[in-house]
Design a protein. Structure first.
Length: 239
């Protein structure tokens, strides 16, 4: 990619007690790049994301974001530096309206409570505009997941991290979320996506990392990753 580096993870090590689950992970994301992180259950994808955004402690490694060293930054400082992390299974506040849920997403940034950001999100997600005054409890599970993504976007991050946004959703909703993520990347927002749906993810991403047993087993363009036996090796092979 010709764009400058936005997120640079170098030599990341993470352990839960004595169990080392991430070893020496290097991962680079350029501005506006759509990167997907694939791998079997338990490979260490969620752990890599959480350690990168300060949610869990690291045993080693360095992380920079937008040319700042954020190795020891808190999650709040990471958000302020431009990276929003939508957690796996993230739930919205069902007792609040759709719009109030979106406004919560602006408080994490300097733009706290800024209503002017709403219109951009509504143009990306017309289905949320229609329901802006409804309680989030009235949304389907899929619509609530779209709202969670919209809540992440409204703070206008430079990097949006999505951990399995498709989990438990109907195919049409999954396609919608991936399509919006692709649109954001085309507008210059870098995306880091963890996804179990390999083919859907490869269809939208610019670059792919494959993780196996806590390490990066392969990386390349979606075409590189589809070619050869890399996917079979990582998903079916002896790891
Ligand atoms: P999945 O797709 O199932 O979420 P993953 O690739 O995201 O998998 P992680 O959730 O990062 O993998 O888990 C990596 C390893 O760390 C697994 O062996 C898991 O059992 C272990 N692990 C995850 N969270 C904890 C924790 N809080 N305490 C102890 N071990 C954990």
């Amino acid at each position: 990619s010709q764009q400058p580096v936005l997120l640079d993870v170098k030599g990341l090590d993470v352990a839960y007690g004595k169990a080392e689950v991430v070893h020496g992970v290097d991962l680079t994301i350029h501005r506006g790049e759509f990167v997907v992180l694939l791998g079997r259950n338990g490979a260490g994808k969620t752990t890599t994301l959480a350690a990168s955004t300060g949610l869990i402690p690291k045993r080693g490694g360095r992380i920079s974001l937008a040319d700042r060293d954020v190795t020891n930054a808190t999650p709040r400082e990471i958000v302020a530096a431009g990276a929003v992390h939508v957690l796996e299974g993230h739930r919205v506040f069902t007792s609040l309206s759709v719009e109030d849920n979106l406004l919560i997403g602006t408080y994490a940034r300097a733009s706290g409570g800024d209503r002017s950001k709403l219109e951009r999100v509504y143009s990306l997600f017309p289905e949320m505009a229609q329901k802006r005054h409804d309680h989030a409890s009235r949304l389907s599970g899929g619509q609530q997941q779209i709202l969670a993504v919209a809540q992440g976007i409204i703070g206008e991050p430079q990097l949006l991290i999505l951990d399995e946004p498709s989990s438990g959703l109907a195919p049409v909703v999954i396609d919608r979320i991936l399509q919006v993520a692709r649109q954001l990347a085309d507008e210059g927002v870098a995306i880091l996506l963890v996804e179990q749906l390999v083919e859907k993810a490869l269809n939208v991403a610019d670059h792919c990392y494959l993780m196996a047993t806590g390490e990066i087993a392969a990386q390349g363009s979606p075409d590189d990753i589809r070619a050869g036996d890399t996917l079979n090796r990582v998903f079916l092979g002896g790891h």
